[in-house]
Design a protein around this ligand. Structure first.
Ligand SMILES: NC(=O)c1ccc[n+]([C@@H]2O[C@H](COP(=O)([O-])OP(=O)(O)OC[C@H]3O[C@@H](n4cnc5c(N)ncnc54)[C@H](O)[C@@H]3O)[C@@H](O)[C@H]2O)c1
Length: 342
């Protein structure tokens, strides 16, 4: 693949809830032109006609794929359709950015990965949080060693969300937290254990409590729900030197670093002789860039096309996340049994 530097013509496929955000970001991008928007539904096409007056609106994504001027497509359709649309796009030699998760099974991800390699095209998944400045900042803090050895991480992603009936809350929300954990810890979990419940639609889990054990004896817990009176996008990391909180909903202080902890000064000789010291030092609020993650993600996709370089959220990363989701599904089906990934 030659280095491609001219303006990229982009097609967004899927203009439901998320597609308009992608279309807005592509319309604002100076290195790209949103040439097409596609959706099967008439009402969504009408909305696209109003919001994207400079783009061609179509019902048939093959109109985009057959246009030789189109460099890349950004797929934001229902999860079950990702595989076929991405496959068709790669077969038409388009670069492909697919919304999370890349596909609905690891076999499908492997097939798409092979196809992208054969056609020398960029295949990337939209794990948006890996382009989010606070998530990147936390990763830097962890890598610097200032937090010490991580003991555990807790992530919460709950709100009164759109309850889906075609796939569950794990397929919908876990790609965010699983990709964040993978990025922060640079490891895959050893095992996953999930309990969940279908409160609205029969057999569609809408609340899930996920436990994971990582190498280095790190525990992680993820709470996901479409049924909550409040919106929480919060997490905390407990290390043996420092603790970090990350609250994605906070307008200005998304990350706080606490110089806090408990140290065991002396092992007891007899019962009752434990000596602990409690550290309760400063709280530091690091400055975080105010960049829009989705914009950063699209810029990165363009960079990868232009420089023919592997994306940060490329197929290998996408496969690890889909495998974690599949393990979570298996545990859910078996009432919370541990499912080992290694
Ligand atoms: N990164 C994020 O933060 C984020 C947030 C929300 C959704 N998403 C992802 O975006 C994708 C879409 O989610 P959504 O909530 O917008 O779903 P949605 O159901 O609101 O929209 C999907 C749209 O795709 C259209 N569609 C389906 N098949 C099509 C086809 N063959 N050709 C053209 N259009 C087709 C549907 O008509 C629908 O309008 C999912 O993969 C989801 O996980 C990502």
């Amino acid at each position: 693949m030659k280095h491609e530097t001219k303006m990229k013509q982009i097609g967004v496929i899927g203009y439901g809830y998320w597609g308009p955000n992608l279309s807005r970001v592509w319309s604002q991008n100076r290195r790209a032109r949103l040439k097409y928007v596609c959706d099967l539904k008439e009402d969504r096409m009408s909305a696209a006609r109003i919001n994207c007056p400079h783009s061609t609106i179509t019902k048939d994504y093959f109109d985009i794929l057959k246009d030789p001027e189109v460099t890349a497509v950004n797929i934001a359709t229902n999860i079950i359709t990702h595989f076929q649309i991405a496959k068709d796009a790669l077969l038409h030699d388009k670069h492909v950015l697919v919304e999370k998760p890349l596909s609905a099974s690891s076999e499908e991800v492997i097939e798409l990965t092979k196809l992208a390699a054969e056609r020398n095209r960029i295949l990337m998944v939209g794990h948006t949080f890996l382009y989010s400045p606070p998530v990147i900042q936390v990763q830097k803090l962890l890598k610097s060693g200032s937090v010490g050895n991580v003991d555990f991480i807790q992530l919460t992603r709950i709100n009164l969300g759109k309850v889906k009936h075609d796939f569950n809350v794990i397929w919908d929300l876990a790609p965010h937290d699983f990709s964040i954990l993978e990025y922060w810890l640079e490891e895959e979990p050893i095992w996953i254990q999930v309990v969940g419940k279908a409160s609205v639609y029969q057999n569609v889990c809408d609340v899930a409590f996920i436990n994971m054990h990582y190498p280095g004896d790190i525990l992680a817990n993820v709470q996901l729900s479409w049924l909550s009176p409040v919106k929480l996008r919060s997490s905390y990391i407990v290390g043996d030197k420092q603790m970090i909180t990350y609250d994605d909903t906070h307008p200005s202080e998304k990350i706080k670093v606490y110089d806090m902890g408990v140290d065991l000064v002396r092992e007891p000789d007899t019962f009752g002789e434990f000596q602990l010291t409690y550290r309760s030092g400063d709280i530091h609020v690091p400055r975080v860039d105010n960049k829009e993650p989705l914009m950063e993600e699209c810029e990165h996709f363009l960079d990868c096309i232009e420089k023919n370089q592997p994306p940060k959220t490329g197929p290998k990363h996408a496969l690890r996340i889909v495998r974690m989701i599949e393990a979570a599904q298996e545990s859910l089906k078996n009432s919370g049994e541990r499912v080992y990934l290694k």
